[in-house]
Design a protein around this ligand. Structure first.
Ligand code: PYR
Length: 601
């Protein structure tokens, strides 16, 4: 017998891939006793984007989630996805933060740490893998699978061998976009088995409709561990259905031994639960074979659609799909996975909507070109590099070697607001979001974004009346299907509406200007009219203001930093002169076609 073992992703990657990471702990806990009896090799329950989503949207303490899952699943290994030196964020953290994070995650219940680096730069895995071993937990090294002229089977074998030398207890093949084909899987698994002597795990998203075939081929080639998702949250940008793989292997030498009836019962529970989250369903999460051509992973497609829609440029999405492989080539073929998927995707959007490639270059692309994320897999485009960072020296060292320890300073900075060591860690990972979370928690006003009740319109109990929530809206000759899926009345003046626009989830923030007693306000920002008016190309938030009134600037000097879709862009002075007026403050929302700052020649 060569039994196959299942890691089910229902509590992490499956909902991250299908409903924007919104599954709440309250919907996980009731079914945990049944999940715990199934006999999975592990359950992936934590990490990836769940930490950010808990703090940002669900207003849950991610550490408390882990602790409660640990209690509810005493007999099952709990697994997490860790982005190497990026932990669960989008930048490199210093080693003291990485080590402490792993210690806390192990203490709170994680048994298996799957550790990856978006560039497959194994220097970025070393600290995390070492820290996992220090805690006596299972350290899984990860190959991010992609296709390019430099990504060969030999390279993957070399990476895997180096990870094993670093102490990895197993190796995962992470096919985040669903690029593997059955033949390529066979070959890769066969070579890895020949050269590395630890268990192999296959994690392949079903985006291209090939993942079940790849899993079967992997199993035939000697892989004994596959990632699946209970069928209620399977398929498309998620994973192959657990029940289908269990059925496919039943009665063979690879029988998983799992009880199909029990699996189906748990899956039925999740099918009901999924209805509650329908506002987060997206038309971009089904099977999409385009990924085999453009390599854009499913999760990234919906992000791109959102970015473009904010620009009123959704009709240009195909130009962006074509631009992504070009940006990826310019950047030396990084695999597209957090954070490189956001880095490449946002730059491709900018290249399309500004009408000129690299007219605006995000800070993350600059940092990437400076070596701030590690070594790109292949040489980057020399002209782009010159344009983005001039003759600045490129970091050759492991990026985190240049980072000073942060933890003591952060502990002091957050002070009493952190009730426990895990709060300090949340603050270390996401300073702004965690601070807001901790303040709201202290003030007893943690409000998760609302879910609309599942009852369809018109079936409300007698006497209740609902305002209409579905519309066709025509603007400038374009017609859109708008569905209001939820609302959050923050205070009298600020309201947030959750809608879908042609099926894509969106948020709208409204400030009520009439019928409301307003504080006296500064005037609205002016419309640009002169060469020294500084504007943004993308809607976003002000992260930093680099100048003050009276400062002298040269054309090209950075004056503001904005953030859109988690990527920062430095806005430069269009002319040389004196900064005369600043119309923004940190944290404010800004849009194109308004003056953020004025420079007089
Ligand atoms: C994450 O980093 O969140 C992935 O799922 C790859």
């Amino acid at each position: 017998m060569s039994k196959v073992y299942i890691t089910d992703t229902i509590l992490r990657d499956a909902h991250q891939s299908l409903i924007a990471t919104r599954l709440r702990t309250e919907d996980m806990l009731p079914v945990c006793p049944q999940l715990d009896r199934i006999g999975f090799w592990s359950l992936e329950v934590w990490g990836g984007a769940t930490f950010d989503a808990c703090l940002r949207f669900l207003k849950e303490d991610p550490w408390e989630r882990l602790c409660r899952l640990r209690e509810a699943l005493p007999n099952t290994r709990l697994q997490m996805l860790l982005r190497g030196q990026n932990l669960l964020g989008y930048r490199h953290y210093p080693d003291d933060v990485v080590r402490e994070f792993v210690r806390l995650a192990a203490r709170e219940g994680i048994d298996v740490f799957r550790v990856f680096d978006a560039l497959n730069d194994i220097r970025n895995l070393k600290m995390a893998l070492t820290a996992v071993k220090e805690q006596g937990k299972h350290a899984q090294g990860t190959i991010c699978y992609t296709i390019s002229p430099v990504h060969t089977t030999a390279l993957y074998v070399k990476l895997a061998s180096e990870m094993v030398d670093m102490g990895a207890d197993s190796i995962a093949i992470k096919d985040m976009a669903g690029l593997l084909t059955p033949h390529a899987t066979s070959e890769l698994v066969r070579h890895l088995r020949e050269h590395v002597d630890v268990p192999l795990f296959l994690h392949s998203h079903a985006t291209a409709g090939l993942a079940e075939m790849c899993q079967l081929k992997a199993i035939e080639a000697g892989c004994r561990h596959i990632d699946t998702a209970l069928s209620a949250f399977a398929g498309g940008t998620s994973h192959p259905p657990t029940e289908s793989m269990v059925a496919a292997l039943r009665g063979t030498e690879h029988d998983t031994g799992l009880d199909l009836d029990a699996l189906q019962e748990v899956s039925a529970y999740f099918a009901q639960v999924r209805r509650k989250y329908r506002q987060f369903e997206s038309e971009f999460t089904g099977v999409d074979t385009r990924v085999q051509v453009n390599q854009v992973p499913g999760g990234m497609m919906s992000n791109l659609a959102k970015q473009l829609e904010e620009q009123g440029a959704l009709n240009r999405i195909h130009e962006v799909f074509a631009e992504i492989p070009r940006v990826r080539r310019d950047l030396g073929y990084p695999p597209l996975v957090t954070p490189t998927s956001q880095i490449v995707g946002t730059q491709a959007v900018l290249n399309v909507i500004t009408g000129e490639r690299y007219k605006t270059i995000t800070n993350e692309v600059k940092r990437y070109l400076q070596g701030g994320y590690g070594q790109p897999p292949a040489p980057v485009d020399a002209e782009l590099k010159r344009k983005a960072i001039g003759h600045e020296a490129v970091i050759e060292a492991r990026p985190a070697d240049l980072l000073e320890p942060e933890l003591d300073g952060l502990r002091e900075e957050i002070g009493d607001l952190a009730g426990r060591d895990t709060d300090v860690m949340s603050f270390a990972l996401f300073p702004e979001i965690a601070r807001t979370f901790l303040e709201e928690r202290r003030e007893g006003r943690l409000n998760p974004e609302p879910l609309i009740p599942p009852s369809p319109i018109g079936t409300a109990p007698c006497g209740e009346r609902f305002a209409p929530t579905e519309f066709k809206v025509s603007v400038h000759g374009e017609t859109y299907d708008v569905h209001i899926t939820g609302a959050n009345i923050g205070d009298q003046r600020h309201r947030r509406f959750y809608i879908t626009l042609d099926g894509v989830p969106q948020e709208i923030d409204l400030e009520v200007l009439s019928g409301y007693q307003r504080e006296p306000q500064a005037g609205q920002r002016p419309v640009p009219s002169k060469p020294g008016d500084v504007v943004t190309t993308m809607p976003g938030n002000i992260v930093d203001i680099l100048v003050k009134p009276g400062d002298q600037v040269q054309a090209g000097d950075g004056v503001l930093v904005t953030e859109a879709m988690k990527m920062e862009t430095q806005i430069q002075a269009p002319i040389a002169g004196t900064v005369t007026r600043i119309h923004v403050s940190k944290g404010e929302r800004v849009n194109p076609n308004e003056v953020l700052l004025e420079i007089e020649p």
